[in-house]
Design a protein around this ligand. Sequence first.
Ligand code: ATP
Length: 367
Amino acid sequence: MTPAKKPAAGASRNPKRDVSRDPKDYCIATIGSHSALQILKGARDEGVPNLAICKRGTEGVYKSFGVADEILIVDDWSEWDKKVEPELLKRNAIIIPHGSFISNMGHAKVQNMKAMYYGTKEILEWESNRTMERKWLLDADILMPRVFEKPEDIDCPVIVKFHGAGGGFGYFVVRNAEQFYEVKNRKYPEENDFTIQEYIIGVPLYIHYFFSPIIGELEIMSFDKRYESNADSIGRIKAEDQLAAKIHTSYTIVGNIPIVVRESMLPEFFAMGERVIAASRRLHNTTTGGKLTKGLFGPFCLETIVTRKLQTFVFEISARIVAGTNPFIEGSPYTALKYDVPMSTGRRIARDIKQAIEGGKLEKVLG
Ligand code: ATP
């Protein structure tokens, strides 16, 4: 590991926390995967030191692109408490959570982490719990696909989602209970933890938001759609060949493709983001006995399907940076309108942290 540029004193929680107003006394840290490249570059662009925590064998990427000030290598994520956390505390590091960070750490570990953490920790639990997530989004008056309690209730095309299925693997589409049991019993006889959701016919659209508690403003950063295997390749062969090959649709994510939306849809998208934030504060108050009011802030994403009637159905929320923001390391058409520098979501996070530090308001952005 290369030495810290400016290590802060003390091995436990650093006393400089929330005292120093110099961003150089802090460090933005993240796990090397998912959206780490833009998070690290964003920190550097904003003048905040950064640290990449890499599983051995992946560090070459972060060296090659030259975006990491420091790289800390671990052999296994179980080394986090003993090896990583002390280094984070020593550097006054602020962890930026992303999809790989959460799947590597798990929610319980995130809750107990002593290092500073950007975002509201409790919200990660809501988004991973389909019941809480649904309650939250419905409370925000968001249109969602219907959910069927049992296969016998299916009365329209549905998508069956197994919990914990990495990247949409194994999801299948059926139209009735008979088809459901045929696929389920043949392919997934052991799997009993699933959701049956109305299949919405339309185009997928992932809306990337950012809400800064420092300036109190909601921004739309960008939009993407996913490049999924094999859903995005099935159309390359004709229908009769698809049937002959007995292809089952899967949604394994491989990459992300930028999108610019019809401008007339923007007012509704802003309104949806505002309502989701407002509902998160209400829910936060009920789950924390009114003690905490931060709710959702920082980057988040509404994962939607837009129908031909231009109805926007949200099937999932990600309450953190999503990899769909990766095409916009140099900014998006939307951030180009607002900023005079290339503004990625990673950089926007770093700017929020920098402004919080300089304004003596760091607690406002920590979970
Ligand atoms: P994530 O990594 O975001 O948790 P996931 O693996 O849980 O993803 P989803 O994002 O839920 O998978 O869905 C995978 C694919 O299925 C996406 O292409 C999405 O567009 C499609 N999809 C999901 N729900 C629906 C729905 N209700 N109707 C139509 N398509 C859907």
